[in-house]
Design a protein around this ligand. Structure first.
Ligand code: ACM
Ligand code: ZN
Length: 764
């Protein structure tokens, strides 16, 4: 399909003859349609308009009728009229989910081959109607719609959002609202993560203790996992969905063309189930329902009793969920207990399995066979590749894109959810005012630029990529507002990744449409995050000087700043050009509107000039691609990283590598002290180094001084390294940093390489 997108003006039409309520909008639809053309004239939607459709389009017609009639005083006319909205079957359309929407003077025509296609046409039309219809605040009885023609179809068949209800439980009404919002964005899959270490959330009638025991934890962790010592809230927490509620939600989703895929985790993340039925584990002991976040060693033992339990559970699950796919988890299952379990070892021997990864593969393959026998297919997280993929499994690639690439190359279907672009539990801004989140950094723009087709696949292999999904893990989302804040607007950006063709995507145009879409999200009472105006800063080095550049997220907005740490107002200095840095400054800046109201969070940066700023630096190994900050130069730009987070531009991350850093001070000069910091967050596999040695060298690189540096702890995930000298003149500084090594048994990520994170190296 060769669609050419036409950027047509103006963005918003105000028809002069009408009140403010009857605003007509164009080029506002999200996700961006693949072809749209604005025509002359307009259609008037009023109580004289007649809805004409056959039964094929039941859900779409019902949706439109309710949307208009419940949101306004307009009632569709039952008798023949000249003003019509017509739903028509069109078998010439190429795709099932595609549609054509034509608005002309007397008629709106929706052409589709399926009810789903017509439903997406209705969602586009909905976004052209006033926002007031969303919350019944529209008071007019006529709506003017600009004439236009849209031809549209999605890029990807799987367009999903996930929700973890294990860590925090969300009520039925909220799940329905979430489904509504996914429908508005033309998403078609809701991945419902129903079982976790911290809570089992689906009623299984044959196993009442899942409701009595597994659905409840004694208390919940306060603050972040990395805050030591761990503190808890002493409040019992939990809940579950009854089977009636599940049926209600599935029906609700179905009416909105959303497939609900349940996830029943196995063999890991099953501590809550094992707390209810300890015989399902290897030790027979009751570990209790988890109250801490993380990965736990109590996992299902692959014995007959366990398979019988899981098959019983799935029998009930299959009755509730008609989806072709059932997600069986498969991620983060430590094999420690299996290694020490006689029953596990006996199965491995009997089945000729060479290690515990093959035992996991045996587990998953057996469950796959069961589900295949019931006419269903499995999806598993990318760990199911380890030890051999079950024959028909679909892989959800989360630890990166590698799992997706490997699975597609083996001819398996793939859904992309890499942490780098799809984990909406990560921070969306590195501003310190952000509410507590798990870590990382995934700004809106990065989501928008995601391409679900990973590099390294041939065109044939790429066809195995069904689409992508945003994941909403809720450890740090205690309530609905916080969940919405994390999911929106990143889900909005993802909808365009999944629906709109690469050639029709354009971030700055998206930002304009999103600014407009804020009104609709507001009317829908979505507690969305707004980082659109947020300022980005960058230190620029030019010959003989440093400058600091500020850039608001939306171009054309006015930025005001101060350099003494005081709060900026619209009376402060207006930013025009990069700020010359010739002394230490505490910069604060914000975007203000015409009325002097602040639109953005306050941007803040402390720049401390020292002897290495802007000099030369060399690293023995490159930082990891995902934690490369602002590059090696960022270690000597006078700016320290965040005290709380390692995902910003100032921290550099290295996975498993020892590191040597050489700084060339340009001329031989007195060095009085060197200091730097290392992040230390074992829960995220990040460890301070095993050893740090500092060398001072003269201009012939002869060692003048060397010293092992002791690290001091500030109690907040940071270890400080600082050494003072008296009166050594040096040209080169060298830091040898030895990685922590392999993560020890019993810790998060045991057996994996540790991460090393370092930030600014101050040289005084
Ligand atoms: C995952 O995030 N553990 C799939
Ligand atoms: Zn076992």
């Amino acid at each position: 399909m060769q669609f050419k997108f036409l950027f047509l003006l103006p963005l918003v039409f105000l028809l002069s003859c009408q009140s403010q309520k009857s605003i007509q909008t164009n080029s506002v639809i999200i996700p961006q349609p693949n072809f749209q053309q604005i025509n002359d004239g307009y259609f008037v939607l009023s109580s004289t308009t007649q809805l004409v459709a056959d039964e094929t389009f039941d859900s779409s017609v019902t949706f439109l009728k309710q949307f208009v009639e419940q949101g306004s005083a307009i009632r569709f006319r039952k008798s023949e009229s000249n003003s019509k909205i017509i739903f028509q079957f069109d078998e010439t359309l190429v795709t099932k989910e595609g549609y054509k929407l034509d608005i002309s003077k007397n008629q709106i025509t929706i052409l589709a081959k399926t009810d789903a296609g017509a439903f997406y046409a209705v969602q586009s039309l909905r976004q052209l109607l006033p926002e007031g219809l969303e919350n019944k605040s529209f008071e007019d009885n006529k709506i003017y719609l600009k004439a236009l023609h849209i031809e549209d179809a999605p890029q990807f068949a799987y367009r999903g959002m996930h929700l973890d209800v294990g860590r925090h439980f969300f009520p039925v009404e909220f799940i329905k609202k979430y489904i509504d919002r996914l429908a508005l964005l033309k998403m078609n899959t809701f991945h419902w993560h129903l079982t976790e270490d911290q809570g089992w959330r689906i009623e299984i009638k044959k196993y009442p203790k899942l409701q009595e025991i597994a659905a409840w934890r004694d208390e919940t962790l306060l603050g972040h996992y990395n805050d030591m010592p761990h503190q808890f809230d002493s409040k019992r927490y939990g809940g579950f969905y009854t089977q009636e509620e599940v049926k209600d939600i599935v029906a609700y989703a179905t009416a909105r063309h959303i497939t609900v895929i349940p996830e029943i985790e196995m063999p890991g993340h099953s501590q809550a189930a094992i707390a209810a039925y300890p015989h399902l584990g290897c030790t027979g002991e009751n570990p209790g329902v988890a109250k801490l976040w993380g990965v736990f060693e109590d996992i299902y033992c692959p014995k007959e009793e366990t398979f019988a339990f899981l098959e019983d559970v799935l029998d009930e699950v299959l009755k509730l969920f008609p989806s072709e796919y059932i997600h069986i988890g498969g991620d983060e299952a430590p094999k420690t207990q299996w290694k020490n379990c006689d029953s596990c070892q006996a199965i491995m021997k009997k089945e000729g399995l060479k290690d515990e990864h093959e035992l996991q593969s045996y587990f998953i393959t057996r469950m796959e066979r069961y589900l295949n026998s019931k006419g269903r297919q499995i999806i598993g997280w990318d760990e199911i590749l380890e030890g051999g993929l079950a024959p028909n499994a679909t892989v959800m690639s989360w630890r990166g894109e590698e799992g997706g690439v490997a699975a597609a190359k083996q001819g398996h279907k793939v859904i992309m959810t890499p942490t780098s672009h799809c984990y909406f539990d990560y921070y969306q801004s590195d501003n310190d005012s952000e509410p507590l989140a798990i870590g990382g950094l995934l700004p809106l723009e990065k989501v928008y630029h995601f391409n679900p087709i990973p590099e390294g696949l041939t065109a044939t292999e790429a066809q195995f990529v069904m689409g992508a999904q945003g994941n909403v893990w809720t450890e740090y989302m205690q309530n609905e507002k916080q969940m919405e804040y994390m999911a929106f607007p990143r889900a909005v950006a993802l909808s365009e990744v999944l629906w709109t063709s690469e050639g029709n995507k354009n971030y700055s145009d998206f930002v304009k449409r999103l600014e407009h879409f804020h009104k609709r999200m507001g009317a829908l009472d979505i507690h969305f995050a707004n980082h659109l105006y947020e300022i980005k800063g960058e230190l620029l080095r030019v010959k003989n000087g440093s400058f600091y550049q500020l850039q608001p997220g939306v171009s054309g907005k006015k930025v005001y700043f101060t350099t003494d740490g005081s709060e900026p107002t619209s009376e402060s200095d207006k930013y025009n050009n990069p700020i010359s840095i010739n002394k230490n400054i505490h910069l604060k800046a914000a975007v203000f509107d015409e009325n002097g109201d602040r639109l953005s969070a306050v941007f803040e940066e402390t720049i401390k000039l020292h002897k290495a700023v802007g000099e030369k630096i060399h690293l023995s190994v490159a930082p990891s691609k995902v934690y490369s900050g602002s590059g090696a130069e960022g270690l000597i730009n006078g700016i320290q990283g965040s005290d709380k987070r390692y995902g910003d531009k100032e921290w550099l991350g290295f996975w498993g590598d020892d590191l040597e850093i050489i700084i060339d001070l340009g001329i031989i000069q007195e060095v009085k002290s060197i200091s730097t910091r290392f992040f230390d967050a074992p829960g995220q596999w990040i460890y301070a180094p095993a050893k740090v040695t500092i060398y001072l060298l003269d201009d012939y690189k002869k060692i003048l001084h060397s010293e092992d540096v002791g690290l001091t702890d500030d109690g907040k995930n940071i270890k400080n390294a600082e050494v003072g000298f008296n009166g050594i003149k040096a040209k080169y500084l060298q830091l040898q940093i030895k990685n922590y090594g392999t993560i020890l048994e019993g810790a998060q990520g045991a057996g994996n390489k540790a991460w090393l994170f370092v930030d600014e190296i101050f040289v005084e």
